[in-house]
Design a protein around this ligand. Structure first.
Ligand SMILES: C[S@@+](CC[C@H](N)C(=O)[O-])C[C@H]1O[C@@H](n2cnc3c(N)ncnc32)[C@H](O)[C@@H]1O
Length: 243
């Protein structure tokens, strides 16, 4: 095994898997993403090479350079950890990295992570499914202006009566609201925005669909849309959930 695509979890370093910690503990090279907790890098042995994927492999073709670095270090027989926020295969381009490794004939392992799509709502006391309120949950990209993402099927999003979790959605939140209202989602549908979920910086703002545009929080944030967004079951008191 030379390369591992490891999910770092949503932010709280305690949410890394044991397998992830084991691989970090014997890594020669770690290529990590911006949102990954710096505390996790303390698990890496002294002398290992730490590469910030955003800074050290910068440039317009960033993903190409990351793929290349993974292949090169892998072919050199080093223990490489590609540390990615949340789960490596949820909006993390981990699939493209796996494809590049497979094409180059480099052995790799995928270590699942706790995705922010579920962890951020849970940390805010929101069960994404709940008997009587939501029997399904859909996770969707909110980067609606990003040409590299297939167009979101807003008709389906408007029809879906379960919970919608939008990642990367705060920049385009006005458009998201417009699309959903135009397809019949009620203006008073509960909404919660969970920023930096599971971390010390976690902030939660609750509103309704027609109030989403006014919520002034930036990414990283998960937008939860649907009746469950009004719930706050994070603690055993009735007050706001704080960490
Ligand atoms: C490129 S996606 C990667 C998602 C990641 N692979 C996962 O499974 O969580 C980055 C987006 O995930 C969401 N995100 C990541 N960490 C978060 C956190 N701690 N709280 C809320 N949202 C988070 C934000 O929407 C952010 O813009």
């Amino acid at each position: 095994m030379s390369v591992a695509l490891v999910g770092a979890g949503p932010g709280d370093p305690g949410l890394l898997t044991r397998r992830g910690a084991e691989l970090l503990g014997r890594a020669d090279v770690v290529i990590y993403d911006r949102l990954v907790s710096r505390e996790l890098l303390e698990l890496v042995p002294p002398g290992a090479e730490l590469i910030d994927a955003g800074k050290d492999l910068g440039g317009s073709g960033r993903q190409v350079e990351i793929n290349q670095a993974l292949v090169e270090h892998g072919l050199a027989g080093r223990n490489v950890v590609r540390l990615k926020g949340g789960d490596p295969f949820v909006f993390g381009r981990g699939g493209e990295e796996a494809e590049a490794l497979r094409k180059a004939g480099v052995d790799y392992e995928v270590v699942p992570g706790v995705s922010s799509a579920f962890a951020a709502p849970a940390a805010a006391g929101i069960p994404v499914t709940h008997r009587g309120l939501a029997t399904s949950v859909t996770v969707v990209t909110g980067r609606v202006g990003d040409a590299s993402m297939a167009d979101v099927d807003w008709d389906a999003m408007g029809r879906a009566d379960g919970t919608l979790v939008v990642l990367m959605g705060m920049a385009d939140r006005e458009r998201i609201v417009e699309e959903l209202l135009a397809r019949g989602r009620a203006a008073e549908t509960p909404v919660a925005v969970v920023q930096w979920g599971t971390t010390q910086r976690q902030q939660v703002v609750r509103s309704t669909l027609d109030g989403l545009a006014a919520i002034d929080l930036e990414n990283p944030a998960a937008i939860v849309i649907g009746p469950v967004a009004a719930l706050d079951l994070g603690t055993n008191d009735s007050g706001a959930h704080t960490r």
